[in-house]
Ligand binder design. Structure first.
Ligand code: URA
Length: 241
């Protein structure tokens, strides 16, 4: 792939801007500056796995045909390009990923924290945000009022939400303290966890998503930090019953 096209595909600007970056000597490959926009390189990857290593103005990058990442979503950010009351989570990503049109895989409320997958692969986004796949998602909740085993049983048997034709049941639910629950759901309905808790007469005080499918939020990621998904993460993601 020509260097100019390669850089453009990775979100470093228009073809013209990438050509200018190259000509100005900002790009090195294997420690050597390459100032020829037409130089041909094997990108070394056809999917989300890391391929060719290159540097842009001293910053290391790997070619990725598609972008797949996990973000530790902090509270107070909206999963929207046009947020209403809070900053957009897209502010937390580098410009290169925004240029690649990376989108959220499903949405978390502004006050929810935790694992958010993001990608520029439309098929991946659809596959993992669609309720059809019944991907389990685990949430850690703190509640306004204490709960007991009866509430856990109610959530596992199913609760009726407004505008839903049938009751919705948690895949799993366990008490983690008198006022906290670990709740697993397989759908991705609007405000689902908060509405389920509302249906049992309680209120969510804080909500954190810890896993999607078999993939857990990387404990090394601080709120607001992101990282690329690596092959083991894809395996983990699909690894659920
Ligand atoms: N359920 C909710 O109510 N909010 C979220 O952000 C995610 C699931």
């Amino acid at each position: 792939m020509q260097l100019e096209r390669l850089l453009h595909s990775q979100g470093f600007g228009s073809r013209k801007e990438c050509r200018a970056l190259i000509r100005a000597g900002y790009i090195s490959i294997a420690g050597t500056v390459c100032d020829n926009p037409n130089a041909d390189f094997d990108p070394g990857s056809i999917d989300g796995t890391p391929g060719l290593a290159f540097e842009v103005d001293g910053e290391p990058w790997r070619f990725r045909a598609k972008a797949y990442l996990m973000l530790h979503k902090p509270s107070g950010y909206e999963c929207s390009h046009k947020p209403t009351f809070h900053p957009s989570i897209f502010r937390l990503l580098p410009e290169q990923l925004l240029n690649r049109d990376v989108q959220c895989v499903g949405r978390l409320d502004q006050d929810t924290t935790g694992l958010l997958l993001m990608s520029d692969d439309g098929q991946f986004i659809h596959q993992w945000s669609s309720g059809k796949k019944r991907t389990p998602k685990v949430y850690e909740l703190t509640l306004a009022d204490a709960v007991d085993a009866t509430v856990v049983q109610q959530l596992c048997e199913g609760v009726q939400l407004e505008d839903e034709p049938a009751p919705i049941a948690a895949v799993a639910c366990e008490l983690t303290s008198p006022t906290s629950l670990r709740l697993t759901i397989a759908e991705g309905k609007y405000h689902q966890v908060k509405r389920m808790i509302g249906a049992v007469g309680n209120r969510v005080v804080s909500l954190h998503r810890s896993t999607v499918g078999g993939l857990a939020l990387d404990p090394d990621l601080e709120p607001g930090e992101w990282r690329w998904l690596e092959p083991a993460d894809f395996e983990a993601l699909t690894n659920f019953d």
